[in-house]
Ligand binder design. Sequence first.
Ligand SMILES: CC(C)(COP(=O)(O)OP(=O)(O)OC[C@H]1O[C@@H](n2cnc3c(N)ncnc32)[C@H](O)[C@@H]1OP(=O)(O)O)[C@@H](O)C(=O)NCCC(=O)NCCS
Length: 190
Amino acid sequence: MDTPDYAFDQIESERLILRRFRDSDLEPFLAYRADPDVARYQDWEDFSRPDAERFIEGVDSMNPNTPGEWFQCAIEIKSTGEMIGDLGMLTMADDPRQVTLGYTLSRDHQGNGYATEAVLRWLRYVFDDLEKHRLIAVTDCLNTPSFALMERVGMRREAHYLQNIWFKGAWGDEYQYAILRSEWGARAGR
Ligand SMILES: CC(C)(COP(=O)(O)OP(=O)(O)OC[C@H]1O[C@@H](n2cnc3c(N)ncnc32)[C@H](O)[C@@H]1OP(=O)(O)O)[C@@H](O)C(=O)NCCC(=O)NCCS
């Protein structure tokens, strides 16, 4: 698929619904984005109510598979209806067959395998439905839960950058992880 997926509504896994954001997500979204623990390795700081309102206002116009743009997808627990985090996907402007993934869970919902389940389901959408060639994710080398997650879902560490980013007042080191469609297929036994 090489056009924006305007039809995207939601996809499901065993315990989760990955869906478009709604106005009612504002409070839980603000709560986890404003949490300094959640923000530590993210590119925001002091996330405010106006920041959250701007996000919710703008998120409707985002569609997956739009070259050069991020799509943000809310993660909801099926059994309770709670919105517990989000996945973000950037379709690369210079080669839309490649995408970058990001993910965030509220602190209360970490440690239950929800991020693993959400990312595995998203990989299925990316490779089986959108037929992407390659997905990458980049993380601060100090963010152990993030790269542990990448390894759990079968991503490969392919770069270790030293002091490549000026991040929150100091030079930071980053890992880049990737998975190819062929690797995803092999993992799925195809
Ligand atoms: C990165 C992040 C999403 C990882 O969250 P997480 O809760 O560690 O990951 P999961 O939801 O997959 O849960 C895995 C943990 O739950 C445990 N677990 C419990 N039930 C499980 C199940 N059914 N399936 C898999 N794991 C399960 C695992 O053993 C693992 O625990 P461990 O870390 O003690 O080994 C989270 O730390 C986060 O949101 N951080 C802040 C935002 C951020 O930094 N994002 C990344 C930017 S690059």
